[in-house]
Design a protein around this ligand. Structure first.
Ligand code: 0A1
Ligand code: ZN
Length: 880
């Protein structure tokens, strides 16, 4: 156990800062071993603060103090108190502004937590969100203290020729032959978490963007020289995002320079530091031969996300960290809209919902469930969650649905006008939307404050005599930690009705007719009635996944097959196919558990044949219709997760479909197999997706011809999508050339770190029986490095979170392995360590033997003597 239980921070305890910092001057003498930081802060009492404290308390961690002075007068040791987390100056001027000067040192090369100033490859960079600035110097490191920064960097010219910080470069020069300096000034007040600096041997790829009002913005992407040929897509994405935000939200960029730096070592995806985004290389670098179509899409999405933060996050920021979803939920919603507009709306929505339901629903149903706006945390870094981000985005999406696009835009306009330059709360956001639209979102607010995924139980009753359809919707929400009872939510439920020829049946509701309506579900139980229906229609409910809920409705296989053919709503059409496959797979799981023989219903084969034979203009969508639900999604639907039965039943369906529809899969494979490397138009991507899903089915047949197909594609591919797709099918099968293909891939790509990550992840996620041994030997591979988060995620993360059959091996070896790694990581990088614990958090969902084994490992983790706050919070809450 740790020495003392760490403290919980509560939203209810929020008080305004006692002091404000108007301006900050920072001076860095940069060196990877020892950096000297000189900070000059102009401070004054905050008139809004109720406290009468003469003292000033600043946050700071892992810093060496050199000197302290107020208004030019040095402080004696008895005038301040220093501890592990703070600097308390006993008495500071109360009735006027004063200047506090701090000099301290830090050691970037020793910083393996990658928070504050650290070394990544040969480059120095910072990560300050959420509380990393306090690892650079003592400060009021909280988002409601916003200051203007002027930053001077000096460093060795040979090692650090490029010196960057936020805002505009205003001066620079040589100190002597070996050292130089640069001064940066950011005209916008910002919280400390948006501060950034970068120093290194970097090359810039430059471009420009002319804003709506005619301002010329310089765009620069900084990378190591060997990556200069992989920046074109990121640059184009940035320009697309800038244009899109002007057109969609009327928001223009505000500085004259926008910089992005790509670094190899990064705990998350990317960071929106004002004017100087720092990105994980994974979300910048792409060349047709090194990056897949999905990588290209992710890059555009993340570049957009960080860019959109300039308004939703930077210009208007969070009052405190409980409001994280204010910037993250809204910004994810904006990046989802952007990506949908840039590619296929249907496919983007399905992909987002799929991720939400597989991963966020699990979080919401487990021991770590928390509201979109949490009320307590031990370590804020643990709250960059699927709930705050993805569910938060769904909440904003529902507001968009309830107000319509114009109403939503009006509300956003008011939000930006009211709060520009401020640090605000989620209430302020909802309030602006309400005021601009004279709406009442008091009940809707529960989406921010209540955790857990609501369940809708729907029953339909057709009254032939009165030609009416009655839909009864009951809502409930399971208890979550600290919240036993839930009040009913305001849930927008989009509805369509289909006639028996598949066309839309007019919906008569409240004497009005339309083809689609949004029902407002607000009570625990409600019945909605629809008139003038000469025949019982087929109901298409929760279209577009209009609310993040679990829909329970008894449906026949026939109705699902009908919706899969005819629903005009692209989301529900796909969903019908998924529900059909789920029903079939669960029947098979039952058969397996009762040791009965398996047989695939012809209905599913016919449905899949129809998809294969129908004409689609969007082939990515067709590929999605053909995809079977993921094992982890199926697991989430099971009372007691049976990983082996899920895997076996799903494999049985995949193989049976491949057997019975082999000709169709081969026909489409041949039709769309062509070399279009370098073509990233939606239709070329669609052809690749469709072809590769066909290959995935075909290889399950384990015949020499199909093995040959995969191998040929692997060796001849000129793009990473096709090469990876082929290698993935090979690695997941008993292909005789598996070892050779994996070796060949490694040698081809050994110099491309991001491709080698794929190589690790591919092997870690193989469902083949010897995978655990492979993972262990990969841990000893010279390319594995536990200090590189991307590598850790590719090997340990992928194995423990995306390989259910092997990670959950009955003998518990997977669990013990994970706990071993968590404890190693705990001492190096607590953020990454705590992310890895998630693999054990859902222990209650498994059979008794597995529960015991998983729990043992969690207990082992919790009893570790030097446990970080990060890991302690996740492990102890998982056990609670
Ligand atoms: N704000 C960033 C994500 C981010 C959060 C925390 C970090 O370090 C602890 C780094 C990045 C985003 O939403 O993109
Ligand atoms: Zn973000």
């Amino acid at each position: 156990m740790r020495d003392a239980s760490p403290q919980t921070v509560y939203l209810k305890d929020y008080t305004p800062p006692e002091y404000l910092i108007e301006t900050v001057e920072l001076n860095f003498d940069l060196d990877e071993q020892l950096t000297i930081v000189r900070s000059s802060l102009s401070l004054q009492r905050n008139p809004q603060s109720k406290h009468q404290n003469l003292a000033l308390s600043l946050m700071g961690e892992e810093l060496q103090l050199i000197s302290l002075a107020i208004d030019g007068v040095s402080l004696d040791e008895d005038e301040y108190t220093l501890d592990k987390e703070s600097l308390l100056i006993h008495k500071v001027p109360q009735d006027r502004a004063f200047q506090l000067k701090i000099e301290n040192s830090i050691s970037p090369a020793a910083n393996t937590a990658l928070e504050g100033l650290y070394l990544s490859s040969q480059m120095l960079c910072t990560q300050c969100e959420a509380q990393g600035f306090r690892k650079i110097t003592w400060f009021l490191d909280r988002p409601d203290v916003m200051s203007r920064y002027k930053v001077t960097l000096s460093a060795a010219k040979d090692k650090y020729p490029v010196l960057l910080s936020n805002g505009n470069k205003i001066a620079g020069g040589d100190i002597d032959q070996n050292r130089h300096w640069v001064t940066w000034e950011d005209p916008f007040a910002k919280p400390s978490y948006l501060f950034a600096l970068v120093a290194g041997q970097l090359e810039a790829v430059s471009d420009e963007f002319v804003t709506h009002s005619g301002r010329r913005i310089e765009l620069q992407i900084f990378v190591e020289s060997h990556n200069v040929d992989k920046c074109a897509h990121a640059m184009q994405s940035l320009k697309n995002a800038m244009r899109w935000d002007e057109e969609t939200y009327g928001l223009e960029y505000d500085l004259d320079l926008y910089m992005i730096v790509a670094v190899d070592h990064f705990n998350m995806g990317a960071m929106e530091n004002k004017g100087l985004n720092i990105f994980n290389t994974k979300f910048v670098l792409a060349r047709p031969d090194t990056a897949t179509d999905s990588d290209y899409e992710y890059i555009e999405g993340v570049i957009g996300h960080e860019y959109f933060h300039n308004w939703t996050g930077n210009r208007i920021t969070c009052r405190d960290w409980f409001q994280l979803s204010l910037k993250e939920g809204f910004t994810v919603f904006r990046d989802q809209q952007f990506s949908a507009d840039r590619s296929s709306k249907a496919v983007k929505r399905i992909a987002d919902v799929n991720a939400l339901r597989t991963r966020q629903f699990a979080e919401d149903a487990g021991p770590l469930a928390h509201p979109v706006r949490p009320e307590a945390y031990i370590e804020i870094n643990n709250f960059y969650t699927l709930t705050v981000y993805e569910k938060g985005a769904e909440v904003v999406r529902m507001l968009h649905t309830l107000l319509g696009p114009e109403g939503f835009r009006k509300g956003c306009d008011l939000y930006f006008a009211r709060h520009d330059g401020q640090a605000v709360t989620c209430e302020d956001f909802v309030n602006a939307l309400e005021t601009a639209n004279q709406a009442d979102f008091s009940q809707f607010w529960l989406w921010y404050s209540q955790a857990g995924t609501p369940v809708l139980d729907v029953t339909e009753h057709y009254d032939a005599a009165n030609q009416q359809l009655h839909l009864t919707i009951k809502q409930s929400c399971p208890a979550t930690p600290g919240q036993a009872q839930k009040a009913p939510f305001h849930i927008p439920v989009k509805l369509g009705l289909l006639s028996d020829d598949g066309s839309a049946a007019p919906i008569w509701f409240n004497q009005q007719s339309s083809n689609e309506i949004t029902l407002h579900v607000t009570a625990a139980e409600q019945t909605f009635s629809f008139a003038n229906l000469a025949q019982a229609p087929v109901v298409s409910l929760l279209r577009g996944f209009s609310a993040p809920v679990i829909l329970k409705m008894e449906r026949s296989l026939e109705d699902l097959a009908f919706l899969l053919r005819h629903d005009s709503d692209t989301f529900n059409r796909w969903e019908a196919g998924q529900q059909l496959a789920i029903k079939v797979i669960f029947e098979l799981i039952k058969n397996l558990q009762n040791q009965q023989a398996l047989q695939l219903t012809p209905l599913l084969v016919d449905a899949w044949r129809n998809i294969l034979q129908d004409k689609f203009s969007d082939l990515s969508y067709q590929a999605m219709l053909l995809s079977l639900p993921e094992e982890s999604y199926l697991a989430g639907l099971m009372e007691v997760i049976d990983v082996d039965a899920i895997h076996e039943a799903r494999e049985f369906v995949r193989i049976s479909l491949a057997k019975q529809l082999q000709t169709e899969f081969q026909r489409l494979y041949t039709l769309y197999h062509r070399d279009e490397s370098g073509n990233f138009q939606a239709d070329a991507i669609g052809r690749r997706r469709l072809k590769n899903i066909c290959l995935n089915y075909l290889i399950s047949l384990e015949t020499p011809e199909n093995y040959e197909l995969a191998e040929r594609q692997f060796y001849s591919a000129g793009n990473m999508t096709d090469q990876m797709a082929a290698l993935a099918t090979i690695a997941n099968s008993r292909h005789p050339a598996k070892a050779r293909s994996l070796d060949s891939f490694y040698h081809q790509w050994r110099r491309e770190a991001l491709v080698i990550d794929k190589w690790f992840a591919l092997q870690a996620t193989s469902s083949m029986p010897n995978t655990f041994a492979t993972v262990q030997s990969l841990m000893r591979h010279h390319a594995f490095d536990i200090k590189t988060p991307n590598r850790v995620r590719a090997l340990i993360g992928a194995f423990s979170q995306s390989n259910p059959v092997n990670f959950h091996a009955k003998n518990g070896e997977g669990y013990a392995f994970l706990a071993d790694q968590v404890l190693v990581l705990n001492d190096l990088n607590p953020q990454i360590a705590s992310r890895m614990v998630t693999g054990l958090a859902q222990w209650r969902r498994y059979d008794e033997e597995r529960q015991i084994l998983m729990k043992q490992q969690l207990q082992r983790i919790v009893s570790y003597a030097h446990l970080s706050k990060d890991v302690y919070e996740i492990a102890s809450k998982s056990l609670a």
